[in-house]
Design a protein around this ligand. Sequence first.
Ligand SMILES: Cc1ncc(COP(=O)(O)O)c(C=O)c1O
Length: 467
Amino acid sequence: MTNSWATFGADLHLEPVGRGLRAGLMAALREAVRTGRLTPGTRLPSSRVLAADLGVARNTVADAYAELVAEGWLTARQGSGTRVAQRSAPRRTDPAAAAPARPARPGAGYNLKPGSPDLSAFPRTAWLRAARKALTAAPDEAFGYVDPYGRVELRTVLAEYLARARGVHADPERIVICSGFAHGLTLLGRALRRRRVRDVAVESYGLDLHRDLLTEAGLRTPCLPLDEHGSRTGELSAMRGAGAVLLTPAHQFPTGVPLHPDRRATVVDWARSTGGLILEDDYDGELRYDRQPVGALQGLDPERVVHLGTVSKSLAPGLRLGWMVLPRSLVGEVVAVKGVSDWMCGSPDQLTLAEFIASGAYDRHVRSMRLRYRRRRDELVAALADRAPGTEVSGIAAGLHAVLGLPAGAERSVIQAAAFQGLALEGLARYRHPDAPAARDALVIGYGSPSESAWAGTLDALCRVLP
Ligand SMILES: Cc1ncc(COP(=O)(O)O)c(C=O)c1O
């Protein structure tokens, strides 16, 4: 071979192997990705440059790239060239990668872990349009140090949107912008500690990250039992030390059940009679499918409920934008905790989101994502009925995840078998509060996570590993 290697911008040594130029080049690229020398997102040289480096015909390189795109190792997007796909192959630490030489699996690297929307659907064009308009109109002071409340333009638009779409009692003066739900919860934890609250009750299944944020603020997190009607809020009155409770009322995370109306009333009664606070995590409230929207709990008593929202499911978690709609009595305390040096979310993004919502682009995006996720949810249910009949599916009326029941004792082995095949799954046990009794074996399937092009293959991979 005239030229057996090429040096990329990233100084990568590439050595085509085996017979045939195209096949050899493909094998070398796969190997470089598999071993981590080419990391996800790395831009590859254009086919013209690489062909010149290797002394081969440009078509040879272009064909190799195209085939690796089809296999899922690379992605090609107009304007941003050919790149290593985000999940192109099992990493070196994965059991699949450590296994003795297995043939490269087309499309390996599927992900059904919950927590993320389809990032490939981020509305880039509409967001850029909103950014251009917002930044063109922004006053000079918008580029100075940020107000701890957040930009008034965003708070004003959010007050109108949340009242309309989620039934929240909101006015701009009681809204504080934060860098996603996690930041809001951190601030609330600190404010509650300053009020000398010791315990914040949490649901017996939920995110450990959120429990940890409260613990870091010096709070204890006793667990509230959960059943098919949501958290058993009637048991709060027996939890003497609890000064607040963290709930996911519209769509319990991860079980997916909405909080029963009686239990909504019970928790509000508890808060009124004890002076307690309800922290309402409305993380995916807009993404509802079969039933009438479950309005925000905050609408029942705006002085006892903190409503927390985020764009992490509706748009993208990378934006780090969220909001708190606070009881009036708490606004000053939360802003004081935030202080003058908590500059967590920049004004340009806040102004862009304000414009994005005001222009109607947010509503349009949510509507179109709702259709996409509902279709996936329906395809998931249909595929299970066809290929894994008897699998019980629940929590599917809203959101981006579903719970799939498994035979007793099967959770870990199914997850391991899936990992071996390049499919990342999460089990229900992962979300159990340490003090909660173990419940059924199940998977929490994040059907929102795959890109549209990866969805069919991911669903197929799931059906293959189910018992
Ligand atoms: C239960 C729950 N709450 C809130 C969030 C959003 O968190 P953040 O806004 O910090 O990204 C998520 C995201 O995965 C979630 O699963």
